[in-house]
Design a protein around this ligand. Structure first.
Ligand code: SF4
Length: 108
């Protein structure tokens, strides 16, 4: 799940994000940008990069919690049902055991 935010303390109301990604951003009553749509598109990322004061943040909560496809870490504690860390750990253990068996056979 991705979370899109505008830091109202940083926003200077330049309008770049509103012009680039009008489905995501609009001006509030004070003239600062506010999020009106959470769907992340190329325009959203472009708006984030265009913001002169780095007020826009696209936070990928899923990746923050677990990026198993990339890391295959040993310490993953996420509750993601689709997480495959445990499987990978088991696979690695199986491979280690196989290696041990092969080494033992070689010794004989
Ligand atoms: S680009 Fe940044 S500074 Fe400009 S309106 Fe959007 S959030 Fe505010």
């Amino acid at each position: 799940m991705t979370k899109l935010t505008v830091d109202q303390e940083k926003c200077i109301g330049c309008g770049a994000c509103v012009a680039i990604a009008p489905k995501n951003f609009d001006f509030n009553e004070e003239g600062y940008s506010t999020v009106i749509g959470e769907e992340i598109t190329d325009e959203t990322k472009e708006a984030e990069e265009a913001c002169p004061v780095f007020a826009i943040d696209i936070e990928d909560a899923e990746n923050e919690e677990c990026d198993c496809d990339e890391c295959h870490c040993d310490e993953c504690e996420c509750d993601d049902d689709e997480c495959d860390c445990d499987e990978d750990e088991d696979d690695e253990e199986d491979i280690d055991e196989e290696d041990d068996d092969i080494l033992e056979e070689d010794d004989n």
